[in-house]
Design a protein around this ligand. Structure first.
Ligand code: URP
Ligand code: ZN
Ligand code: ZN
Length: 459
């Protein structure tokens, strides 16, 4: 099957230009003016932007978190992603049984995703303990297409500094990336305990017990460990506050290389006042929502390139079910919120159309950079001959309101209910097939493929 996308404005991180795109089978054959091919179906994109299929490198499909399980499996979650313009995800594996090796979780995740995902997908490993076996296994994980691993500095299977350092050193040798959830566990635990002991159990205390400095301290510490490991590639997930961004800037000013930073739409567009609403539990996620001045600092960080990626941390629990575990005590509420479908339109509307970031930076942060950092580029993240035929046609003038009934996740709410946005996704294509059109899923269960990712820096 051949397709020509005609007369669209093609957007890359470097430029925006009018062109036609010819997709032959699964890949882009050429991009140019006045392309014609008798066999090709033609899709008119005049007046629209054509961007690469977006890449979300921070999702948690089917995540088992304590006694709760995220409600999107790899089918529902990737349908939502596809309808929101995302054609590739890299999912963070859950912790496995105590003492399990890395391949235990890899096998589990293949079982969860293979035959279900509707878009292409990869996985990040998770380090839940460190010994010789785990350090040796990192190489086999990279060979199996998983050249990245996540370290948590809080939660049950957090690593201590020496363990994190060993992972960083080994991943540097392998050319892999280590992702970090940065929060100072002892401080957060102390604050949470104190809140509960003094009867401060409402959702707002989720935010109060996870202060900005508890995050930025951990960010600074991780950056020091990465520096000590010889500027090991380090990726800070869901950075949420200005102090953390300052820690990143300090490290870079001192010359440290290979630092990558991600933030998420919720930290750019929502603030901690949400916790005071009657449905405040919807926003219990870690790190928590911050203040308007943090949002402002993050937009500035994105605009100047200090933040490279916008991921979602999509981790949905139903408000009327799992989230209610926290109704009398916020510490019992499973952490996480949905967002995989809202990311691209939100960032376009709130970022590009409100002049906070350029159109090219938008494409860089939701498509190209995540693909580059995590070894999917140039197969994914860019529109160019030889790349996969993954693209999104975006109508920049259409206005609509985000409401739960328009979303495709299995979860019972959207964190952005009622938000007016400008810019609507008309069509989403993956490897030459239309997977979403006018807000409806048109793809196929199990059509997504596992992406065997390359090490950082290899193209
Ligand atoms: O609250 C969150 N973010 N839940 C998902 C797991 C994580 O920390 O990324
Ligand atoms: Zn996290
Ligand atoms: Zn996460």
């Amino acid at each position: 099957m051949k397709t020509i996308i005609k007369n669209g404005m093609v957007v890359s991180p470097a430029e925006t230009y009018k062109a036609d795109i010819l997709i032959d089978g699964e890949q882009i054959r050429c991009i140019g003016r006045n392309l014609a091919d008798e066999e090709a179906r033609v899709i008119d994109a005049a007046g629209k932007y054509v961007i690469p299929g977006a890449v979300d490198v921070h999702t948690h499909m089917d995540l088992q978190a304590g006694s709760s399980r995220a409600v999107d499996d790899f089918y529902d979650g990737t349908v939502a992603a596809a309808c929101g313009g995302t054609t590739s995800i890299v999912d963070h594996m859950a912790f496995g049984p105590k003492g399990c090796d890395l391949h235990h979780q890899l096998a589990d995740y293949h079982r969860l995703a293979d035959g279900k995902a509707v878009i292409d997908y990869g996985f990040h490993g998770v380090a839940q303990h460190v010994d010789r076996g785990i350090l040796d296994e990192l190489e086999a994980m990279a060979e199996d297409g998983v050249p990245s691993i996540k370290v948590y500095l809080t939660y049950d299977f957090r690593l201590n500094d020496a363990e994190a350092f060993q992972i960083l050193k080994r991943m540097k040798e392998l050319g892999g990336v280590t992702a970090f959830h940065c929060e100072n566990h002892d401080i957060v635990e102390y604050c949470r305990r104190t809140c509960v002991e003094t009867g401060r159990t409402g959702p707002i205390y989720h935010a109060k017990s996870r202060p900005n400095l508890a995050e930025s301290e951990a960010v600074a510490r991780v950056l020091s460990l990465a520096r000590l490991a010889g500027d090991a590639p380090v990726y800070i997930v869901h950075l949420s506050c200005k102090e953390s961004l300052e820690a990143v800037r300090d490290a870079r000013r001192k010359g440290q290389k290979n630092i990558f930073v991600e933030t998420c739409p919720q930290y750019l567009t929502l603030t901690e006042e949400k916790y005071l609403d009657p449905d405040g539990l919807k926003y219990v996620m870690s790190p928590p929502l911050r203040t308007a001045s943090d949002c402002e600092a993050l937009w500035e960080g994105l605009a100047c390139g200090d933040i490279q990626v916008v991921g979602t941390d999509h981790c949905p629990f139903n408000f009327h079910k799992e989230k209610q575990l926290g109704k009398d005590d916020f510490t019992k509420c499973p952490n996480g919120a949905p967002g995989v479908e809202e990311r691209v339109p939100l960032l376009f509307s709130e970022g590009v159309l409100k002049n906070r970031i350029s159109l090219n930076r938008f494409v860089e942060t939701v498509c190209a950079n995540p693909a580059r950092i995590y070894g999917l580029y140039p197969q994914k993240g860019i529109l160019q001959p030889g790349a996969d035929g993954d693209l999104v046609i975006l109508d920049p003038t259409a206005e609509w309101t985000i409401t739960h009934d328009k979303m495709h996740s299995a979860v019972d709410y959207t964190a952005y209910e009622g938000m007016a946005v400008k810019g609507k996704i008309d069509l989403v294509m993956q490897r030459g097939r239309i997977v979403a059109e006018n807000g409806a899923f048109t793809g196929e269960r199990g059509a997504g493929r596992f992406i065997h990712r390359k090490c950082y820096g290899a193209e």
